[in-house]
Design a protein around this ligand. Structure first.
Ligand SMILES: Nc1ncnc2c1ncn2[C@@H]1O[C@H](COP(=O)(O)OP(=O)(O)OP(=O)(O)O)[C@@H](O)[C@H]1O
Length: 706
């Protein structure tokens, strides 16, 4: 019988206990859903409601759940007959909290629970459970779907194994060179012994010079190998950076759009920055740890062979240091993680804050945001302070143990010299080896903190790598031109169960000019994202040229159907670079597109014309200019369907009127979403979004959606 595996997911944020429990339960049933992934299903901050827990556990109909309230006084009877695992709603410090209950042992009267605020699975007594539980249980009654995720193995070991396998040669080489460095260091230590025990007592002046030359040679060789190892580690780090970062970016561009909608930019960036911890762990810590281990073992062996009493003193010292490390392990683990997570929060806040600085200034809310920053940064400082205090205590303990050890070590050595069982040279030699060994021991002791940082980084990094991608297939049809778009019985629900449309039908033919209006929040943008395939629709709800939208390759679909929104995307570079984006397009074509987008005048008046340098996000242009340039770029890309979602909302009326006049003459199908209906009488079709449905009007007077 296979052993039942219990999963524990630690909560990240204050309100994440429910998501963490859901993640543990999913992992128990074989679905590798991280807290990060599940949080897309709960965009709100209130993560305590049972309703939201049920939503979480019913993603893609994987699990079937039921909420029950049990009599707390008859808990043992209840536990005898209940199906494990289940989630219990608890009350901790008068606040709602969730825990997963995996098992109850009636003999020992203990329950095995995963409390997301703890570090791991714990056993608690029945009375403890009775005290914390509210008696409200979320039972997992069964599994609907049998499609499980590929692996529930620890992502940390999988990733590290992969990296080690792909860089085995570099790792082995740097290890080999490190071994040579150690041998040279041992040979170097021998110099003391030779000088003190051999050269000085025999007054071998002539020999000193030759010996000096030999040992200078050893030092030079030592230096050379240190240089080579450094070079190898730099190369290895570089390769790791490249492969980890590329993998991250390749993944990002395959993610569903919801991922970006539900996450702060800074959060995504900070996860990318975590790559440096993984790289550091493999290229330096991992290789050094292997070597440090070998050094401690081999030098220990040499010292043992030389003098067993001094070896026993050394061994006692190593054991005390080891015990100290184990003692501090738990707190270092928690502190490292807290520090990393709070740093990520601060970065995330800063990225967001900087982007909206002008708005913050104009709202005269600097003080408010400074306070908020201090709140976020305060958490980081608190974590840093705890980390440093912990580190300080650990270092002091280490220093004391080391200091006492050296005094004892030298005293015992001195006694042996007096008793004639050891020479001064031997003691100097052993002392030199021990000093060298101290560096390695130090390395092994700090390994745990680097290891913890790497574990947290890998989990944050692999959360993104495991995140479900858009369904792409290489063997899909090539969409050459869009002749028809048929929308059939289209319904759409966001992951948080918000229904936007129901049973919507619409047919659009090539060249149609369709204007879409509707109250704010009526679903126009969602509709636009569905038509271009940025949101996933159910099979056959959206058909292009008679085929389901998902039958086409993403590349060709994107080429033929383009959507731009209200906020234009412009990057740092010339206007020309922004318009052509790497394509070979003549100035004549560029200027023609600019004419259709009514931005010729902008280019003529700006210094340098098409070579005018745009700052990041186009902040040195007006918002109407930015929108017109973004529209000109879309015209240059020449798709068969253009969808404009408030994309010209900041353009002045005169220019807008002219743009519409040009639009009417364009061959492309245009779907234009706007709140400004005054100027668009020429459009041949008008769609109104209302009450989760769409209605089509035929003449201008019906066209008032208010
Ligand atoms: N990522 C999301 N997750 C959950 N709900 C969302 C998401 N995006 C939009 N919604 C909800 O879906 C509904 C439709 O939003 P949508 O942006 O499509 O409206 P809209 O008609 O374009 O509004 P506006 O005219 O203000 O741009 C809104 O009620 C909104 O709250």
């Amino acid at each position: 019988m296979s052993k039942v595996k219990f999963f524990h997911t630690k909560q990240i944020g204050k309100y994440d206990c429910g998501i963490a429990c859901a993640s543990s339960v999913y992992r128990y049933y074989g679905y590798d859903y991280s807290v990060d992934y599940l949080s897309d299903y709960l965009p709100s901050e209130n993560r305590y409601s049972l309703r939201e827990m049920v939503i979480l556990l019913s993603i893609e109909n994987h699990l079937k759940t039921r909420i029950v309230e049990v009599d707390k006084n008859r808990m043992s009877e209840v536990l005898e007959n209940i199906k494990f695992p289940f989630i219990s709603l608890c009350s901790v410090n008068n606040q709602g909290h969730y825990v997963v209950v995996y098992e109850w042992n009636s003999k020992t009267n203990k329950l095995k629970i995963s409390d997301p605020s703890n570090e791991g699975i714990t056993n608690i007594s029945l009375s403890q459970f009775q005290k914390m539980s509210n008696g409200i249980f979320l039972l997992i009654e069964g599994q609907f779907s049998s499609v499980k995720s590929e692996s529930s193995k620890s992502s940390f070991f999988i990733l590290i194994k992969d990296i080690v396998r792909n860089n085995l040669l570099s790792i082995l080489f740097s290890f080999l060179i490190s071994v040579i460095i150690v041998i040279l260091a041992i040979v170097g230590s021998f110099y003391f012994k030779l000088v003190v025990d051999y050269i000085i007592p025999r007054s071998l002046d002539n020999f000193i010079f030759q010996l000096c030359l030999v040992f200078v040679g050893v030092v030079l060789l030592h230096g050379l190998f240190i240089y080579l190892r450094g070079k190898l580690i730099i190369k290895l780090s570089n390769n790791l950076d490249k492969s980890l970062s590329n993998k991250y970016f390749e993944k990002l561009i395959k993610l569903k759009i919801n991922f970006f909608e539900n996450r702060a930019d800074g959060e995504v960036i900070s996860r990318f920055n975590d790559v440096s911890f993984i790289r550091g762990f493999i290229s330096v810590t991992f290789v050094s740890a292997l070597l440090d281990f070998v050094i401690v073992l081999s030098l220990g062996f040499i010292i043992y062979k030389f003098n067993s009493i001094l070896f026993i003193v050394l061994l006692a010292f190593i054991l005390i240091l080891g015990a100290l490390t184990v003692l501090f392990y738990g707190s270092i683990q928690v502190r490292s993680r807290d520090l990393m997570l709070t740093k990520a929060e601060t970065n995330s806040y800063l990225v967001h804050f900087l982007k909206f600085m002008p708005t913050i200034f104009s709202l005269n809310k600097k003080k408010y945001f400074i306070n908020r920053f201090q709140g976020v940064f305060g958490e980081q400082l608190k974590a840093l302070l705890k980390d440093q205090k912990n580190d300080n205590l650990f270092s002091t303990c280490k220093f004391l143990v080391q200091g006492i050890f050296f005094v004892v070590f030298i005293s015992i050595g001195a006694q042996q010299i007096i008793a004639d069982s050891l020479t001064l040279g031997d003691l100097l030699f052993i002392n030199s080896l021990v000093s060298f060994m101290m560096g390695s021991l130090e390395g092994l002791l700090t390994l745990q903190s680097d290891f913890q940082k790497a574990v947290v980084s890998v989990s944050r990094y692999t959360d993104i790598l495991k995140y479900p991608e858009r369904k792409l297939s290489e063997h899909k049809l090539n969409l050459e031109h869009v002749n028809t778009i048929n929308i059939n019985d289209l319904s759409y629900q966001f992951p948080n169960n918000k229904t936007v449309f129901e049973e919507v039908d619409l047919n659009v033919n090539a060249g149609d000019k369709v204007v879409c209006v509707g109250e704010s929040g009526a679903g126009k943008s969602t509709f636009a994202k569905l038509i271009v395939g940025l949101y996933e629709s159910k099979p056959n709800q959206i058909r292009i040229n008679g085929k389901d939208i998902t039958d086409y390759s993403e590349e060709s679909l994107r080429k033929e159907m383009m959507l731009i929104g209200e906020a234009p995307f412009l990057f740092k570079g010339s206007i020309r670079e922004n318009l052509v984006m790497g394509e070979n397009i003549s100035d004549g074509e560029i200027l023609n597109a600019c004419r259709l987008a009514e931005c010729l005048e902008i280019i003529e008046t700006l210094p340098g014309g098409l070579d005018y340098l745009i700052t990041e996000n186009g902040t040195n242009l007006s918002s109407g200019q930015r929108q017109r340039l973004a529209y000109a770029r879309l015209i240059l890309l020449n798709p068969s369907v253009i969808i404009l979602d408030e994309a010209l909302s900041n353009v002045d009326e005169v220019s807008l009127k002219r743009i519409y006049d040009h639009m009417i003459d364009m061959k492309a199908t245009i779907i234009y979403i706007t709140h400004n209906t005054n100027l668009i009488e020429q459009f041949d079709r008008k769609i109104i979004f209302k009450d989760r449905r769409i209605y089509e009007t035929v003449n201008r007077k019906d066209f008032n959606y208010e």
